[in-house]
Design a binder for this molecule. Structure first.
Ligand SMILES: [Zn+2]
Length: 430
């Protein structure tokens, strides 16, 4: 049985799988026309809101529609690899994955489509995928994080089909994990500085529309707004997944969420996935040091330097909550305790690495009097940051996002098929 059929039957049951196939065939046309107008509508909404997006496309589909995709690339859209054919890449062994991705890259090159990253079909990948991507300097935007933003009643009504798909993705729980990119050192790095992994926020349009039957644009908007507000409050990343095939049902919601994100102050940074990966690699090299009575920051000019309750001569600007923003990268402070975090020699390397990654200066010391913020032992990421936020201790930090942005937002969408023929070939694994 082909993977597409197996996926449909396993996550929906046979009856629903057939109904779904009917509705999908209605989304595509016999020629490119229908999808072309959907892609143009998507791009028009993005342009009107000064935004752009990353679409990932299956390489065999790209090969059949090079000209159309090149024209969309010409509108400033970034493309990523969504498999060579539409299959669960983690089901292949390492050599199989290598071959699969090489073929995909060759097809992208043959069509003159630039690519910087990968999103796995069915949002699936494994350690081998990561090693191969890292060797080619590509990012991975396949991991997922699930937000608790759908009204309970909607989930209860369609629980089985929703849960089956969520279980397939194995998302991180946003109550326990941060929605931020990560850099993982991998086996064969090729000087790429490690693999940048960028989580996709769930629920996406497929879960909402096909699984939960939420088709009202206002309701879709309110669910996305829930994720936008949570990521803004926490200063994290919202990678929205909206497949171009469903743009008609979601056009209003997309327009509203883009307007909402543009209205916030401090701003929400909007990125393509490639820009997030580049920024995260840059930021990984930034450093903050406390030297004597000075805070020294080694970072690019667009880094956001924030301070809380730090007495300094430098002029600071209001930013978010108790935090203020500094344009200076070297400043003197005059507080009784250091604007940094002390940790007991007993805490783990991983915990120190996590805090450093969050942009703080960390001192491993038994002298806790020196620091207003001090950790005796390891804590999970969410609770450690809660403890930092709820204290009033003076602190300096290199923030996660550039140009004073509070949080980050990225629009993405996967393209599996352009025509009904692509869809039918996809069913047979081609
Ligand atoms: Zn797909």
């Amino acid at each position: 049985m082909s993977q597409a059929i197996k996926h449909a039957v396993v996550t929906r049951g046979i009856g629903n799988a057939f109904r779904r196939m009917n509705s999908i065939i209605g989304r595509y046309g016999l020629t490119e026309g229908k999808m072309k107008s959907k892609l143009h509508r998507y791009c028009t909404i993005l342009k009107r809101n000064n935004c752009t997006a990353t679409f990932s496309i299956t390489a065999v589909t790209l090969k059949r529609h090079c000209r159309l995709i090149r024209s969309i690339q010409g509108k400033g859209i970034e493309f990523a690899i969504h498999g060579n054919v539409h299959r669960d890449i983690s089901a292949l062994n390492r050599q199989g994955q290598e071959k699969h991705l090489n073929e995909a890259m060759n097809r992208f090159n043959a069509c003159n489509i630039n690519f910087y990253g990968f999103r796995g079909p069915y949002l699936r990948y494994n350690r081998d995928t990561e090693n191969i991507l890292s060797r080619h300097g590509l990012y991975n935007s396949t991991s997922t994080i699930l937000w608790n933003v759908v009204p309970k009643i909607d989930i209860e009504r369609n629980n089985e089909s929703y849960e089956k798909l969520v279980n397939l993705y194995k998302p991180l729980n946003s109550g326990k994990c941060l929605s931020v990119p990560t850099i993982k050192p991998t086996i064969k790095d090729n000087n790429s500085g490690g693999l940048v992994s960028i989580p996709v926020s769930l629920p996406d349009d497929e879960l909402l529309i096909d699984r939960l039957n939420i088709i009202d644009s206002d309701n879709i908007y309110r669910i996305w707004q829930g994720i936008l507000n949570k990521t803004y409050e926490r200063g994290e990343l919202f990678v929205l997944q909206l497949h171009p095939e469903r743009i008609e049902l979601c056009a209003g919601a997309l327009e509203q969420i883009l307007r909402e994100s543009a209205s916030k102050n401090p701003p929400v940074a909007t990125f393509k996935l490639k820009e997030i990966a580049d920024w995260w690699r840059d930021r990984h090299r930034f450093e903050i040091r406390i030297e004597g009575s000075h805070i020294n920051i080694d970072a690019s000019r667009n880094a956001t330097i924030i301070l809380r309750n730090v007495k300094t001569d430098v002029t600071l600007r209001e930013w978010f909550g108790a935090w203020e923003r500094s344009d200076a990268h070297r400043l003197a402070f005059n507080n009784r305790t250091f604007p940094a975090i002390g940790v007991s020699p007993g805490v783990s390397e991983d915990f120190i690495k996590f805090l450093r990654g969050e942009g703080f200066f960390i001192d491993e010391t038994a002298n806790r009097e020196k620091y207003g913020m001090y950790f005796e032992e390891d804590m999970d990421a969410v609770n450690a940051l809660k403890a930092i936020e709820s204290s009033t201790a003076p602190l300096a930090r290199i923030w996660r996002w550039p140009h004073g942005a509070r949080s980050a937002f990225c629009i993405s969408g996967d393209i599996d098929s352009i025509t009904i023929w692509d869809y039918i070939l996809r069913i047979f694994g081609r």
